[in-house]
Write a protein that binds this ligand. Structure first.
Ligand SMILES: Cc1cc2nc3c(=O)[nH]c(=O)nc-3n(C[C@H](O)[C@H](O)[C@H](O)COP(=O)(O)O)c2cc1C
Length: 180
């Protein structure tokens, strides 16, 4: 299975990166191909609703690092999103990428498996609840098959993540995603 893993943190090697890395490790060990796009370290502008993709062209008019991602968006059989919570939602960098799905919308509706890995500093459910709800709405709208959500709550640093149970859960999910 070709898996596209899109992460959202601008913090290289941070907590959500450790979690994403564990998922990747599990997926690779099961023989899947993984393309990882660290949106937090890339330059992707938000959709400006110019509607070029609806009118003159069938792709986005903006040229930036999204060009690197689009072929994988179109071809992947699974799409996994991984993000820390920054003020009750995924990062702005990941939101920009999701907004730019607009220009690929016809291909985005193709059946595929998905998963969501989310990390919040607080333990309260409400911190990540909005992002999980948004993920489920996206999955429903695009008719993807949800393979699971891992909500790692109460984790602030990469070291706390490494010492927690969550990397093992993410690795298991990576290993089993092709069977879910
Ligand atoms: C700008 C910013 C905003 C944050 N907002 C929240 C929040 O609203 N709720 C929460 O539980 N944690 C919040 N956190 C904590 C992060 O979710 C937590 O530290 C996470 O592990 C960071 O992951 P990263 O190292 O991959 O960036 C915030 C952290 C930052 C830097």
């Amino acid at each position: 299975m070709r898996i596209l893993l899109i992460t959202g943190s601008p913090r290289e090697g941070g907590a959500s990166s450790v979690l994403a890395g564990a998922f990747e490790k599990g997926a690779l060990s099961a023989g899947h191909e993984v393309f990882r796009f660290d949106a937090g370290l890339k330059k992707v502008a938000p959709c400006s609703v110019c509607e070029y993709c609806h009118t003159d062209g069938d792709r986005c008019i903006i040229r930036d690092d999204m060009d690197e991602l689009v072929p994988h968006l179109l071809e992947s059989e699974a799409l996994v999103l991984a993000s820390p919570i920054y003020y009750y939602d995924v990062t702005a960098q990941l939101r920009s990428v999701i907004g730019r799905f607009y220009a690929c919308r016809k291909d985005m509706h193709r059946a595929r498996t998905s998963a969501f890995l989310v990390v919040s500093g607080d333990r309260e459910e409400e911190s990540a609840a909005g992002s999980i709800q948004n993920y489920h709405a996206l999955v429903h709208r695009l008719r993807w098959r949800d393979a699971g959500v891992i909500a790692a709550r109460g984790i602030v640093t990469a070291d706390e993540m490494r010492k927690s149970e969550f990397p093992r859960l993410a690795e298991d999910l990576g290993r089993s995603i092709g069977t879910l």
